[in-house]
Design a protein around this ligand. Structure first.
Ligand code: BGC
Length: 714
């Protein structure tokens, strides 16, 4: 508890009735109409509501949402502070996931930028826009580590690597909070979904997970630990169960792990109706038991199901929930409101936000997130070339913004066609039928110099409750690719997707592939500039691209078995019917230029465990030369492998990366430092160890680099 407000909070609590305290733990949806407002007003006056979510459904990610009505927020605030008990202000939350009015790439795409500074800047801008719309609290960052691209929500998170997860967590929390959530243009953050939700079996949403303690500590917790360390004030509990125990009812996960082990001191909010869902998951018989389980597990705010409001009083009378538990929960809610300075400054003053710089930043981040997966010399295009543009996403706007974009405006988002036309005017040829079913498409392909296909998926098949069983492009899109190939022209595929797709049977027919993701407001501008070489691509995928759906899960930080690790070794011993290795591995991405890596240099290949414990670092460097024709950025990646461990260690683990600019014909020495915190891992009891023995250090352009240096910890 922050001592600054302790006295005021104690005083308030001593004056509040039981009902008023319970009301502080109740979150509801913000009223949308005058009629609803009047009803809600009476509840606020009675002290039945402590917080509101600015959304009108549980799956706001893809639903058409009303824009935030600031005037209603200020009116609610007036009721709360002037007519509500003790003048306690309301706190407003919203899912501001990867943009507000200005939309940035979906988080999985952002991760491919490997540019944490830029991500932080983006979230600073997002906070300014959202705070100007009455939003105090965002349900971000989403830190669900995920190894299954069928899962629709994979697009909301950092992907398959814990280090990327940690860096995204810090960038987002620091960007939103800007050192002090009391600032009017800062937002309170809420890392979610704690914990393991990204491991949903088969990629099905809201589904069960089996997570061993080893995987929990080493894979799922690090990003949360980092977010907490970066100062996140709240955490959202997840819908999933782990090994049969729903997390939202689990004292083990929400108190022992989150609070006692990770040291989290803030507030836990349930996911939408997750307390009630405990009954649907079959661990409670009804809402009352759910409320009892939820609050005793460690959830302070009950989101949108009324379980606490309607049952806590009775539960306290019956001694099933103690008043101390209730008071502690209320304390955390009040503390959050004090921290956000809402007692002093409850109203949103609706400042005008200058968006020019934000749009520039969205463009920069979109450009750095896009990944050039293939290029048989066709890119960059030349403006003099006649370009046939076809494909289902040629005129699309909304999909480019991605899922979980509730305030971005499709009409402020250029279509790919518009930007291409701006760039090359009459050299752009489009068919009346962009999908290739009608023969004008064949005509434009045959008459052009090069064919560009706008392929991909709708935002409606990504995000919450939008998992897919098949992540290949539709048969119709593949047919279009085949037709384009038959034209004999070079074919460039621009793929607008939220998730990685299975590439076999598609990539072979394309001469170049630019993976453009759902990259927000500036998607089309960035794609077009990359295609014509005004921007040199520098994204590297933070998620593995499988060849086939049947190979999922496929992730780079796997262990080696008797014969191979199924990721890069010889393909025997896994499937008899297909090549099991990834189509594009983690960390992969091309440039228009070419980088050459020197051998790794280090002064030592031995260090004692004692020295490591005392904080001594190992220094590694490589020289990277830009030997191509373009100035460009490269993400230099450092991986380790612990060759013999008490428990099996991953075949490769990313431990550091640096994104650097190197002018053509120039080279740079890139230095890395590795220490105690990088060489160890967590045992199933949560303790951290570094073990003596041999390690390999890899530095290169992606996770399969062979550039290696040996190390012995003695
Ligand atoms: C989602 C959360 C989201 C919440 C509030 C839930 O259905 O799982 O990610 O923050 O709704 O909109």
């Amino acid at each position: 508890m922050n001592t600054d407000y302790k006295k005021q909070i104690d005083e308030l609590i001593s004056k509040m009735t039981l009902k008023e305290k319970i009301g502080q733990l109740n979150m509801i949806v913000t009223p949308q109409t005058e009629e609803e407002f009047e009803k809600v007003k009476q509840k606020i006056i009675k002290g039945e509501i402590g917080s509101m979510i600015l959304a009108d459904s549980a799956t706001a990610g893809n639903d058409q949402q009303a824009a935030v009505d600031i005037s209603i927020c200020n009116r609610i605030q007036e009721v709360a502070t002037k007519q509500g008990p003790h003048g306690i202000p309301m706190i407003f939350g919203r899912d501001v996931i990867h943009g507000h009015r200005t939309v940035y790439p979906v988080p999985l795409a952002m991760a491919a930028s490997f540019n944490q500074e830029l991500i932080k800047k983006a979230y600073r801008n997002i906070a300014e826009e959202a705070a100007a719309d009455s939003i105090h609290w965002t349900f971000t960052p989403m830190l669900d580590m995920c190894r299954d691209p069928r899962y629709g929500r994979i697009i909301e998170g950092p992907g398959e690597d814990p280090l990327v997860g940690k860096r995204m967590a810090r960038a987002i929390v620091e960007g939103f909070q800007n050192g002090n959530v009391a600032n009017e243009d800062s937002l309170i953050t809420c890392p979610k979904h704690f914990v393991g939700y990204g491991a949903s079996e088969g990629g099905r949403d809201y589904y069960r997970t089996e997570i061993s303690p080893y995987t929990l500590f080493n894979y799922h917790l690090p990003a949360f630990r980092e977010a907490i360390d970066a100062g996140a004030d709240t955490v959202m509990s997840s819908f999933n169960d782990i090994n049969g125990e729903p997390v939202s009812g689990s004292k083990y996960y929400l108190t022992e792990i989150l609070r006692n082990y990770l040291g989290f001191k803030g507030l836990v909010v349930s996911d939408w109706a997750a307390v009630y869902f405990l009954a649907l998951q079959g661990v409670t018989a009804n809402r009352k038991e759910s409320a009892e389980m939820g609050i005793n597990a460690g959830i302070e705010i009950d989101m949108c199901d009324g379980c606490y409001l309607n049952n806590l009083e009775e539960l306290i009378e019956e001694g099933r929930v103690t008043e101390e538990t209730l008071n502690n929960a209320v304390r955390l809610v009040l503390e959050l409101k004090f921290k956000k300075n809402l007692f002093e400054n409850p109203y949103c003053k609706m400042p005008e936000v200058e968006r020019e710089e934000h749009i520039r930043c969205a463009y920069e981040l979109a450009s750095e997130s896009m990944v050039l997966l293939k290029n048989n010399g066709v890119l960059p295009l030349k403006k003099e070339q006649k370009v046939a543009l076809l494909g289902p996403l040629t005129y699309e706007r909304r999909a480019l913004l991605g899922s979980w974009c509730i305030d971005g405006k499709p009409e402020e988002t250029a279509s790919f066609y518009e930007k291409m036309f701006e760039k090359i005017g009459d050299n752009l040829w489009v068919a009346s039928d962009t999908t290739g079913f009608y023969d004008t498409s064949a005509f434009v392909m045959y008459k052009s110099d090069v064919v560009v296909l706008a392929l991909g998926e709708s935002h409606l098949v990504t995000g919450e409750r939008r998992s897919l069983s098949d992540i290949t492009l539709s048969a119709a899109q593949k047919e279009l690719v085949r037709k384009a190939k038959c034209s004999g022209k070079k074919v460039v595929g621009v793929i607008f997707c939220g998730r990685p797709i299975a590439m076999e049977g598609l990539a072979e027919d394309l001469d170049a592939i630019l993976y453009a993701w759902h990259s927000g407001t500036e998607t089309s501008a960035a794609v077009t500039d990359i295609l014509f070489g005004d921007i040199v691509p520098s994204g590297k995928t933070a998620i593995t691209f499988p060849r086939q759906v049947g190979h999922i899960p496929l992730y780079y930080n796997t262990t080696k078995t008797r014969f191979n690790c199924y990721y890069n070794d010889s393909p025997q011993m896994s499937y008899e019917d297909s090549i099991p290795t990834p189509y594009y591995p983690f960390g992969y991405g091309l440039s228009f230029t070419k980088f050459e890596y020197s051998d790794i240099k280090s002064e030592t290949n031995e260090i004692s465990l004692d020295d490591l414990k005392l904080g001594k670092k190992l220094k590694y460097s490589v020289n990277v030369s830009n030997i191509g024709d373009y100035d460009a950025k490269e993400t230099v990646q450092l991986y380790i492998r612990d060759l013999v461990g008490t428990l099996m260690r991953p075949y490769r683990e990313l431990k550091d990366y640096k994104k650097i600019f190197i002018a053509k014909n120039d080279s740079k020495d890139i230095q890395f430092e590795i220490g105690y915190e990088d060489l160890g891992y967590y045992l199933p009891d949560g303790s951290y160890i570094v073990e003596k023995g041999e390690f390999e250090i890899f530095i290169g352009e992606n996770c399969l680099t062979a550039n290696k240096f040996n190390l012995k910890v003695i």
